[in-house]
Design a binder for this molecule. Structure first.
Ligand code: ADP
Length: 380
């Protein structure tokens, strides 16, 4: 930074298993290894080993790193921007474990480990909830007794904010208009949509926790909450079982047995009825949110598709954009299936609304925010 040049990039997937996937690459070197990675500490240390390798690495020693940016999913109402990590910030992130049990404990562990490994570097927490702090009360409040909001801060917080901020920012630049109304559709393992007016989040499909809204890999998204009471009172479920059911056993996985959309699409292509219906349901939910947000913003200039599914699944994009002419959304079937790099339009020339595919880059957004916070101090 600030040139935003990527010197090296790596991922460590399936941590905790004997077939973890370790990938690393630079301009001159790339590798992929399947190996046993015991835990996050082990994984991060392997990454540092290669970062500092005299032949393949990009820095001489871990001490050469000035700042480490961390994605932290839930910042509650405590954090509205990137934040330098100190003990108090770590404690606050820990206090928020209950609100994002699938995410915050891992984010916290990453901060702890990086603090030990990159001694001397500042740690910056970049929160997924921060972008949504601009949501007006009418969007973020639930119609529950006021005391629950006032005393226990029960409200919608919104998530995937790093991605939504990044891709909607690029869309706003691309539109090059004085004012803009954009719907950003992030479809990965977790899925969410944001209504973005003039670059600011105005409404969002995930709520108090990253659970409601769209149909996700293993999460149900919106359901009638009475189902929870029915499961507990009449079907003998314990609350923990209901939680597991809704967060880990539902969504595309619950409907089809697959949580990877590629598997669902492959089975649907062979005529599997459950998979065909699951794709239709998934797209239908997104359509309804597009309608809701176009109404909430009183207009629409662009829809942005991003993340693993949004960027790659022409099938789902087609199902979503089909029969949306009333709202000015007209997909170009050929452009939709063409492979392109970077931001690109997949609408027809006559479509009043632009349909954009924008590759997300959460790492770059985190680097920008972290650098913005520390520049002039630690980074020279
Ligand atoms: P995360 O939310 O974990 O960051 P990603 O943004 O990487 O997730 O998205 C993961 C999802 O993207 C998976 O469900 C995967 O099936 C889907 N995906 C990746 N490539 C494709 C593809 N070519 N076609 C359809 N779905 C894809």
């Amino acid at each position: 930074m600030p040139s935003e040049k990527v010197l090296g990039q790596g991922t460590m997937e399936k941590i905790g298993s004997t077939d973890a996937i370790f990938k690393f690459g630079t301009a001159t070197f790339s590798m992929e290894e399947i190996l046993f990675i015991k835990d996050h500490d082990h994984g991060l240390r392997k990454m540092v080993d290669i970062l500092t390798d005299p032949d393949k690495g990009i820095v001489e020693r871990a001490g050469d790193i000035h700042a480490v940016g961390h994605r932290v999913v839930h910042g509650g109402n405590l954090f509205s921007g990137p934040t330098l990590v100190d003990q108090k910030v770590k404690d606050d992130i820990r206090d928020l474990f209950t609100l994002a049990p699938l995410h915050n404990p891992h984010n916290w562990a990453g901060i702890e480990l990086a603090g030990n490994i990159f001694e001397g570097a500042v740690q910056v927490a970049v929160f997924d909830t921060a972008f949504h702090q601009t949501m007006p009360s009418r969007a973020k409040r639930y119609a529950l007794p006021n005391a629950l909001f006032l005393e226990h801060t029960i409200q919608a917080y919104g998530f995937h904010g790093i991605s939504h901020k990044y891709v909607s920012g690029l869309a706003v630049e691309y539109l090059d208009k004085a004012t803009s109304k954009v719907i950003s559709v992030h479809l990965g393992n977790g899925c969410s949509m944001t209504a973005v007016v003039n670059g600011q989040s105005m409404d969002h499909s995930l709520g108090f926790t990253p659970a409601n809204g769209l149909i996700m890999g293993t999460r149900s998204g919106d359901i009638d909450h009475s189902i929870i009471f029915h499961l507990v009172h009449n079907l003998g479920y314990a609350l923990k079982e209901v939680e597991d059911l809704l967060l880990r056993e539902s969504g595309m996985f619950g409907l089809t047995g697959f949580n990877d959309l590629r598997d669902v699409e492959a089975a649907a292509a062979k005529g599997d009825e459950e998979c065909l219906l699951a794709l239709e349901m998934n797209a239908y939910r997104i359509k309804k949110y597009i309608g809701a947000y176009a109404a909430a913003m009183n207009g629409l200039d662009a829809i942005v598709f991003t993340a693993g599914i949004g960027e790659n699944s022409s099938t789902l994009r087609k199902l979503v954009c089909d029969r949306m002419e009333y709202l000015g959304i007209i997909l170009d079937a050929d452009k939709n299936v063409q492979k392109s790099i970077g931001i690109h339009e997949i609408n027809t020339l006559s479509s009043p609304v632009k349909i954009l595919v924008v590759p997300t880059n959460e790492e770059l957004e985190i680097a920008r925010q972290a650098f913005g916070l520390v520049k002039g101090d630690q980074v020279s």
